[in-house]
Design a binder for this molecule. Structure first.
Ligand SMILES: Nc1ncnc2c1ncn2[C@@H]1O[C@H](COP(=O)(O)OP(=O)(O)OP(=O)(O)O)[C@@H](O)[C@H]1O
Ligand SMILES: [Mg+2]
Length: 291
C-alpha cells in the first residue's frame, strides 16, 4: 500500500460485479441431510466456521471458498460450503450446479437451512446455494440474517468445517453474516483498491468485535515474494492504525488455470490439481488444520 492508502479508509465500497460464467448445467447435487431435530447449544472452535471476506469484489473469494472446501474435504473434513453472497450468489455457477433448493427457500420459510444443503459429489463437500439468477437476497432484514447466522452455527455442529463465502463490501448485511464465523479469512490482491477495502473490512470488524480471529489471504499474486510484500503492507496498516496483527493465512499465485476451471465450471482441485493456485490453497488448508 502506498503512503496515501495506508490512511484508514472510511468509505464502504460497492463495486460493479460481473458474472463469472454464463449458464448452468446439471451438476452432481443431491439433498444432503434431514431436518435437525432440535436446537442444541452452539459451541464452535476456532477455524470451524470460516468466513471468506474481502471488501473489494472480484478478488477471488468464491474461487478460494470452493477450492478451500474441496481441500478440506480431501483432508477428511466433513465440509459445508455456504453461499453467503446475498447480492449475486454464484457458487452454483462456478460449479455448474442446478440446485433444487437455495437460500431463497430458506428465507421464505419453505425449508430449514439444513434442508437446503446439497451433496456436491465431485468436490466431496456439501453446498448451500445462494439465490442465483432468481433475485437478490440483499434486502433481507438484519434480524432475519442474525437468525440465519445462528442456524448456520447450529448446522456447523454437524460438520467438521463450514466455509462461508461472503459478498463484497463492508455493509451491515455482510458483517452480520460474518458474525456467525469464528475465523475470518480476508482476501486481498496486490491492487491498492483491494488492499484499501480489505483494510476497511478488517477495521470495522476489529472495532465491532475486537477478538475476532482475522487472517489474510493474498490472491492472484505474481509471485510468493510479491504476495509477502502485499501482506506486509496490509499488516503494517493494521498494526499501525488498529494495533492488531492479523497473521498470513497464505498466498495464492496468479494462475491461468483458475479462469479456465471457472469457465469450465469445474473445481480446480478436480481439473488441475497440480496447478500452482490449487497447491497454494491446499497449503492454506494444511495450515488451517494444523494444531
Ligand atoms: N489465483 C488466481 N489466478 C488467476 N485468476 C484468478 C485467481 N483468483 C481469481 N481469479 C479470477 O478472478 C475472477 C473473480 O473470482 P471470484 O468470482 O472468485 O471473485 P469474488 O471475490 O468471489 O467476486 P465477487 O466479489 O464478485 O463475489 C475469476 O473469474 C478468476 O478469473
Ligand atoms: Mg464471489
Amino acid at each position: 500500500m502506498s503512503s496515501d492508502t495506508t490512511a484508514p479508509p472510511s468509505r464502504a465500497t460497492t463495486l460493479a460485479r460481473a458474472r463469472a460464467a454464463g449458464g448452468t448445467k446439471p451438476g452432481a447435487a443431491t439433498p444432503a441431510s434431514p431436518r435437525l431435530p432440535s436446537r442444541p447449544a452452539v459451541g464452535t472452535k476456532r477455524g470451524k466456521l470460516i468466513a471468506v471476506a474481502s471488501g473489494k469484489g472480484g478478488v477471488g473469494k468464491t474461487f478460494f471458498s470452493i477450492t478451500l472446501s474441496q481441500a478440506l474435504a480431501l483432508r477428511k473434513q466433513k465440509t459445508l460450503l455456504f453461499d453467503g453472497d446475498l447480492g449475486l450468489a454464484n457458487i452454483d455457477i462456478q460449479l455448474g450446479l442446478m440446485p433444487q433448493y437455495d437460500l431463497g427457500s430458506v428465507i421464505t420459510g419453505k425449508l430449514s437451512l439444513n434442508q437446503a444443503a446439497m451433496k456436491y459429489d465431485t468436490g466431496g463437500f456439501d453446498v448451500i446455494a445462494g439465490r442465483s439468477g432468481s433475485g437478490s437476497l440483499a434486502n433481507i432484514p438484519l434480524s432475519r440474517l442474525q437468525i440465519m447466522g445462528e442456524d448456520l452455527a447450529l448446522l456447523a455442529t454437524r460438520y467438521d468445517r463450514v466455509v462461508l463465502d461472503l459478498g463484497a463490501g463492508v455493509e451491515k448485511s455482510v458483517r452480520q453474516l460474518a458474525k456467525a464465523a469464528d475465523t475470518i479469512l480476508v482476501v486481498t490482491s496486490d491492487e491498492p483498491t483491494s488492499l484499501t477495502d480489505a483494510y476497511a473490512f478488517i477495521k470495522i470488524t476489529a472495532l465491532e468485535r475486537p477478538n475476532t480471529d482475522i487472517r489474510i489471504v493474498v490472491n492472484a499474486s505474481n509471485s510468493t515474494r510479491e504476495g509477502e510484500r502485499t501482506y506486509q503492507t496490509l499488516h503494517k496498516a493494521c498494526n499501525g492504525f488498529l494495533k492488531i496483527s492479523p497473521p498470513l493465512a497464505g498466498i495464492i499465485r496468479r494462475d491461468a488455470r483458475v479462469r479456465e476451471c471457472i469457465r469450465n465450471q469445474m473445481p480446480i482441485l478436480t481439473r488441475s490439481p497440480s496447478s500452482e493456485a490449487a497447491m497454494d490453497v491446499e497449503a492454506i488448508a494444511d495450515r488451517l488444520l494444523a494444531p
